[in-house]
Design a protein around this ligand. Structure first.
Ligand code: ADP
Ligand code: MG
Length: 234
């Protein structure tokens, strides 16, 4: 469970609040699409879920514990995949990159190996451990980034604009893997302004406007309310 309570975040001391009083609870296993126009605070909000940013006001809790009190716990439970995965890769090859997180958990060599194998299999990249990350296509890179997060065995996988720069087949492939993950019990928080592919997968649509929650509804109920916010519903 991820919870924010009256979360406020400002960049700079007297700037406007990028996140302005957000209270949300995201239960384990829930598939949430987080929508909203550019600059509405989506990335700022999700960066609090695993302690990449600190609240100026309010609280962020993972399984009831404030993130700042147990950063490792939050980062183990909440996996994060960023907008441009090129920024997120730490190693040259697929296998070493995916192994990086589990290695930092101090697991045995066998456990690391099994996690890397399972995570790569989950995104259809089995048997490609030795390939160079910089020689992969955009869609493959996105899937390796997802595998890197999955190898931590998180309760929630948070993806910030994972479709940016992907063509339709690559987007569909990522969506297919998110569907499988959700069906196998992993919670998914998908940040996107492109609702085409993911809308019907979601249990819940949360839309931000100016750093506040403007819509929090089922896809069916959200559909009519999104255009007002400048978000195109499919
Ligand atoms: P979104 O992900 O919905 O596009 P962001 O969370 O990136 O929105 O941005 C919310 C607001 O915070 C915007 O006004 C943006 O300009 C501002 N902002 C985001 N990141 C920074 C930063 N590193 N420094 C200063 N302002 C920022
Ligand atoms: Mg963003």
């Amino acid at each position: 469970m991820i919870e924010t309570r009256d979360l406020v975040h400002r960049y700079g001391d007297d700037g406007p609040a990028a996140v302005d009083g957000v209270s949300l609870s995201i239960p384990d296993g829930e598939f949430v699409v987080l929508a909203g126009p550019n600059g509405s605070g989506k990335s700022t909000l999700v960066r609090h879920f695993n302690g990449l940013l600190e609240p100026d006001r309010g609280d962020v809790l993972v399984d009831g514990t404030p993130v700042a009190e147990d950063l490792v716990g939050a980062r183990t439970r909440v996996g994060m995949v960023f907008q441009d995965p090129r920024d997120g890769f730490v190693a040259a090859t697929v296998g070493t990159d995916v192994a990086f997180g589990p290695e930092n958990l101090g697991l045995s060599h066998e456990d690391i190996d099994r996690r890397v194998r399972d995570a790569l299999a989950a995104v259809n990249m089995a048997g490609r451990r030795d390939e160079r990350v910089d020689e992969l296509s955009g869609g493959e890179r996105e899937r390796v980034a997802i595998a890197g997060a999955l190898a931590m065995d998180p309760d929630h996988l948070v993806l910030d604009e994972p479709f940016t720069g992907l063509d339709a087949p690559a987007r569909e492939s990522v969506v297919d893997h998110l569907r499988d993950l959700h069906e196998s019990g992993t919670g998914v928080v998908l940040v996107t302004h492109d609702l085409r592919d993911a809308f019907d997968l979601a249990d819940r649509i949360v839309a931000l406007a100016d750093g506040r929650v403007a819509v929090d509804a089922t896809p069916g109920d959200a559909r009519e309310r999104l255009p007002k916010l400048g978000v195109r519903a499919p």
